[in-house]
Ligand binder design. Structure first.
Ligand SMILES: *Cc1c(COP(=O)(O)O)cnc(C)c1O
Length: 409
C-alpha cells in the first residue's frame, strides 16, 4: 500500500501546513517595521497561549537553551536548588544545575512514577533558592502535579522560585502559571505549536525578574534581562529566527481559529484535544492487553510497555517499515522496554484511530499471541463516543440554563 510518513514522536511533532507555507515565503529583515509588528503581535499572542500576564520571551534555541537560561539567570554558584526528577528530562535539570555550580539536592523517583507531595515538602528547607521540575516527563509519559507542587513551594517561602519545564506540557495540559505562582514556565516550538524546532519560550514572574538582579552565574547570549529590554522596543537582542516567527504567527492564528477567534479558548481546545487523543490511546492499548508505563499518564504522550519478551525497538521498526509511522522508543535505560505515541499539537481523531489500528497489526507481527483485530479501535471509538455524548449533554444543560435566565428577564 501507499505509505504516508507521519510523526507520532513527542517532538518534533507534525507540522501545520499553514506554518510551513508562512515560513517558506517570509523574507522581511528583522530591523524593519514589518518585522517589529509581527514580533509584537506574536509576543502578545504568546501570553494568551501560555495563559499569563507575565512577560513572555521567545528565543532562538531548542527547549534546553531556555532550561539553561533559567538556571544561569536565576542562580548563583553555590545556591541550593531542589531538582525533582523522574526521567531523562528531570536528569537534564540536574546536569544543568551542576554545570552552573549549584548545590543540588535531587529528589528522584523511579522512571514512570511521580512525586509524593509530602516528600517535596520535607525537602523544602528555607535555604532552597529554586525548585526545578517538568510538567510532563516526556521520557516516561508521566504527568507531574504542578499545581500541588506550586502550592507547597508558595507556602514554604516567598524566596523559593519554581521553574517548570512545560515543553511538552503547554498545549497538552491545563496549566495556570500565574494563578499557581510558577516563576518561570518553559515551552518549545517543535511541540504543541506544530512548527519546526528552533524557538523556545518562557514566561517570567516579577519574583524571577527581581532575582536576576542579584544572581551571579555567567550568561551572555541567554541574558533574559537583555531580551526583555529589547522586546519592550519590539526587537530581539540578536538576530531572531525570522522565518520561525512567521511560522509561529500562523500557528497561533490556527489555534485562535480553534477557539472561534478567541486564542485562550483555542488553547483550551487544543489541550482538550490532546487529552481526548491520549484517553483513546490508553483505552486502545489496554484493550490489547498492553500495560501503560506511567502511573499518572500525561496527555502529551502515551508510553506503552513492550509485551514480555519483545524489544520495543522491533515495534518501533515495524511501525516505520510497514506504515511509515514514526513512534519513539524508550530513552536511555528505558530503550527496548517501551514505545511512545505522542498527542502533542497537530493530531486529530483520524490520526489516533489510525495509529491504534496500525498498533494491532504491529503487535500481530511482533508477538506470538493472537491479536483480536478491532479491539483497540473499538475501545477508542467508545471513548470518543462518550466524549461526544458528554459534550452534547453539557451544551444541552447550558442551553436550558440560558433559556431559564433569558425567560425570567
Ligand atoms: C523536548 C523536551 C525538551 C527540550 O528538548 P530540546 O531537544 O532541547 O528541544 C525538554 N523537556 C521536555 C520535557 C521535552 O519533552
Amino acid at each position: 500500500m501507499l505509505r504516508k510518513n507521519r510523526l507520532f514522536t513527542p517532538g518534533p511533532t507534525p507540522l501545520l501546513p499553514a506554518a510551513q507555507t508562512a515560513m517558506a515565503s517570509f523574507t522581511a529583515h528583522h530591523r524593519t517595521a514589518d518585522f517589529r509588528a509581527l514580533f509584537q503581535r506574536v509576543l502578545s499572542d504568546m501570553k494568551e497561549f501560555v495563559g499569563t500576564q507575565n512577560d513572555v520571551l521567545v528565543l532562538a534555541c531548542s527547549g534546553t537553551g531556555v532550561m539553561e537560561a533559567s538556571v544561569s539567570n536565576l542562580t548563583s554558584p553555590g545556591d541550593k536548588v531542589l531538582v525533582l526528577t523522574a526521567g531523562k528530562f528531570g536528569e537534564r535539570w540536574t546536569g544543568l544545575a551542576k554545570a552552573f555550580d549549584c548545590n543540588v539536592d535531587v529528589l528522584s523517583v523511579p522512571y514512570g512514577e511521580t512525586f509524593s507531595l509530602g516528600d517535596i515538602r520535607a525537602r523544602l528547607t528555607p535555604d532552597v533558592r529554586a525548585v526545578f521540575v517538568q510538567a510532563t516527563e516526556s521520557s516516561t509519559g508521566a504527568r507531574h502535579d504542578v499545581q500541588g507542587i506550586a502550592k507547597i513551594v508558595r507556602a514554604a517561602d516567598d524566596h523559593t522560585l519554581l521553574v517548570v519545564d512545560a515543553i511538552t506540557g503547554l498545549g497538552t495540559t491545563h496549566l495556570d502559571a500565574d494563578g499557581w505562582g510558577v516563576d518561570l514556565i518553559i515551552g518549545g516550538s517543535q511541540k504543541a505549536l506544530m512548527m519546526p524546532p528552533g524557538l523556545a519560550y518562557c514566561a517570567v514572574s516579577e519574583r524571577a525578574w527581581t532575582r536576576m538582579e542579584s544572581t551571579k552565574s555567567p550568561r551572555y547570549y541567554f541574558d533574559l534581562r537583555k531580551e526583555r529590554k529589547s522586546a519592550a522596543k519590539g526587537e530581539t537582542a540578536y538576530t531572531p529566527a525570522t522565518s520561525l516567527f512567521a511560522a509561529l504567527d500562523a500557528a497561533l492564528e490556527f489555534i485562535r481559529g480553534m477557539g472561534n477567534g478567541n486564542l485562550a479558548l483555542g488553547r483550551e481546545t487544543l489541550v482538550n484535544n490532546a487529552e481526548l487523543c491520549a484517553e483513546m490511546t490508553r483505552a486502545g492499548a489496554k484493550a490489547l492487553g498492553l500495560k501503560l508505563y506511567a502511573s499518572s499518564p500525561a496527555a502529551a504522550l502515551t508510553a506503552i510497555c513492550s509485551p514480555e519478551g519483545v524489544d520495543s525497538g522491533k515495534i518501533v521498526k515495524e511501525f516505520r517499515e510497514v506504515f511509515d509511522a514514526v513512534v519513539a522508543n524508550g530513552q536511555g535505560e528505558m530503550k527496548g522496554n517501551l514505545f511512545r505515541i505522542a498527542h502533542i499539537g497537530y493530531y486529530d481523531y483520524l490520526d489516533t484511530i489510525g495509529i491504534l489500528a496500525a498498533l494491532e497489526h504491529v503487535l500481530a507481527r511482533t508477538t506470538a499471541r493472537p491479536v483480536e483485530y478491532g479491539a483497540a479501535v473499538r475501545a477508542a471509538q467508545e471513548v470518543y463516543a462518550r466524549s461526544l455524548a458528554d459534550k452534547r449533554q453539557l451544551v444541552g444543560a447550558l442551553r436550558t440554563a440560558l433559556e431559564a435566565v433569558l425567560g425570567s428577564s
